[in-house]
Ligand binder design. Structure first.
Ligand code: 5GP
Length: 189
């Protein structure tokens, strides 16, 4: 199965995904490629494959992506075929962190194998505050992220599930329950 998490930037989605991967350590995180600059807290080849815009465009030409998007005007983000093919061939479950358009693309391709989970933030102001507190953005990139919030929120009805992220604990618990509907383990997680 492909468990795909989406939400507007700053809604705490990546934290939820990291917690889910702790609960299900046998799941594989799909490492996307991006042309955005690495943040200090991030690790290349773990959080993303950080590559140049030119390299990204070369990979597009070579048809190496399952899907990709140009997000916030000028940064590419994409899912590499090599990442997904290898896992699915090994029968592994995968977890994705991607924008709403990417998630809907995966649904079109993988149908019932893809489970789309929207991480619903408490409110718009909470997202903006979180983005500001995070301190990773310039004023320009912060404004681009804020401008995209409504676009992402408008797509949530197209998802299979909406998980409320009022508190991290509840959001993780809800996401875990959803995954357990599709995934049977010997031990109860
Ligand atoms: P960030 O710059 O905050 O890491 O990510 C920006 C947005 O790009 C987030 O919504 C993130 O989930 C999304 N994203 C990350 N990887 C991919 C990907 O492979 N494909 C798509 N479509 N979006 C992605």
């Amino acid at each position: 199965m492909l468990f795909v998490f989406s939400a507007p930037s700053g809604s705490g989605k990546t934290t939820v995904v990291k917690e889910i991967l702790k609960i299900f350590p046998e799941f594989r995180f799909s490492i996307s490629a991006t042309s955005r600059k690495k943040r200090d807290i991030e690790t290349d080849k773990k959080d993303y494959f950080f590559i140049s815009k030119e390299d990204f465009e070369e990979k597009i030409k070579n048809n190496e992506f399952i899907e990709y998007e140009l997000i916030y005007d000028n940064n590419y983000y994409g899912t590499l075929k090599s990442q997904v093919d290898e896992c699915l061939n090994n029968g592994e479950n995968m977890v994705f962190d991607m924008d709403v358009k990417g998630a809907l693309s995966l649904k079109r391709i993988y149908r019932d194998k893809a489970v789309l989970i929207f991480v619903n933030p408490p409110d718009r102001n909470a997202i903006i505050q979180r983005l500001k507190n995070r301190g990773t953005e310039t004023e320009e990139t912060l404004n681009k992220r804020i401008a995209r919030i409504d676009f992402e929120m408008a797509k949530k009805d197209e998802f299979d599930y909406v998980v409320n992220n009022d508190t991290l604990k509840d959001a993780v618990e809800e996401a875990k329950k959803i995954i357990n509907k599709y995934y049977n383990t010997k031990e109860q997680k």
